[in-house]
Write a protein that binds this ligand. Structure first.
Ligand code: KDO
Length: 329
């Protein structure tokens, strides 16, 4: 029996007929994220999709799933490792679970600002750590997304100057021990809850507060159900656009390059817009009737840094990494 290709080969390569359209199956790239539609790290995926449509027309079918509708928050890395999901944005906390050395980026007051964050992850530190992430987690980080600087957001207004003022405050954190540790380091009583349940938790009072960057407080409308924002600036938070190694390895070198470039364009779009919006939101929240207060940030910094230094987390941080981070300008 002769196949079409066999027949073509017999005719000589020059006579190969053009492949019929049906042979061009698109590579499906499913994205899952807990981000709400109006947040920059949700909108950035449209930039990713549109760029790929231009650079690789007809090659990819990009499917964007927001609001954690495809995979629950925090389960994306395992889904990608199994090959059940192609892309997501993963946090330092997700990475630290499987690669504890990375917990240095879950610690409060380590990274100084978004510019330094980009320099850290786009330079030699990022290259070394991302290689280890790829080996340990079966996912490859493609771009660093500035999620914003995390602030404390309370249901009822109260004077907050130092961590002692957060004593007994039920502060919602995402559900992993690395996140809960950050909440406790701030002086609060950390309570785990998925992002999608925070609005209701604040409204009904099952939690007293939550921490997120200002653009997410706006996009998820937490300002409707809270009265105060305390500008602790405790974590310059980053998430990483990551692809499952199974999907990445199945791409041609040209496709790998195009997917990486699209991820970087998406991150750049997010970073630019988020930084700009962060500068404008204090005014917005004040207009919405919230009290926006500045605590003794040095007191928070000293206390949080000391808590991490004394913890088991710091014991596994690679020797010299903190100094290298601090020296990154
Ligand atoms: C959150 O649950 O507070 C968090 O900010 C954690 C991040 O790592 C990230 O998952 C984010 O939520 C979601 O993308 C929703 O903005």
């Amino acid at each position: 029996r002769r196949t079409l290709l066999g027949a073509a080969a017999a005719m000589g390569a020059a006579a190969l007929p053009a492949l019929p359209a049906m042979a061009q199956t698109k590579t499906v790239l499913r994205i899952s994220t807990p981000a709400v539609p109006d947040d920059w790290h949700a909108k950035m995926w449209t930039v990713f999709k549109e760029q790929l449509e231009k650079t690789a027309p007809g090659e990819f079918d990009v499917q964007i799933n927001l609001n954690a509708t495809l995979f629950k928050q925090g389960t994306e890395p395992a889904a990608m490792a199994r090959g059940n999901l192609e892309l997501s944005s993963i946090s330092a906390f997700d990475i630290a679970k499987l690669f504890p050395e990375f917990s240095i980026f879950t610690a409060g007051y380590v990274v100084r600002d978004p510019d330094q964050q980009q320099k850290i992850f786009n330079g030699p530190i990022g290259a070394e750590l991302f290689k280890a992430v790829s080996e340990k987690m079966e996912v490859t980080p493609l771009a660093t997304v500035y999620l914003g600087t995390r602030q404390v957001n309370l249901r009822e207004a109260k004077p907050v100057k130092t961590p002692a003022d957060l004593k007994g405050v039920k502060l919602r954190m995402p559900g992993s021990k690395e996140w809960l540790f950050l909440g406790e380091a701030l002086g609060a009583t950390a309570t785990p809850l998925a992002f999608g349940e925070v609005y209701m938790g604040l409204k009904t009072g099952t939690i007293d507060g939550q921490d997120n960057p200002l653009p997410s407080v706006r996009a998820a409308k937490f300002y409707e159900v809270t009265k105060q924002i305390v500008l602790t600036s405790h974590l310059v938070d980053g998430i990483f656009i990551a692809i499952s190694n199974k999907s990445f390895n199945a791409l041609s070198p040209a496709q790998k390059q195009k997917v990486t470039a699209a991820a970087q364009a998406a991150a750049a779009y997010n970073n630019e817009n988020r930084i700009k919006e962060e500068g404008q939101l204090v005014e917005f929240f004040k207009k919405e009737g919230l009290q926006v207060s500045t605590p003794d940030v040095d007191a928070f910094r000293k206390s949080v840094q000391a808590t991490y230094q004394a913890s088991d987390y710091a014991k596994v941080w690679p020797k010299g990494l903190l100094d290298r981070i601090n020296a990154t300008k």
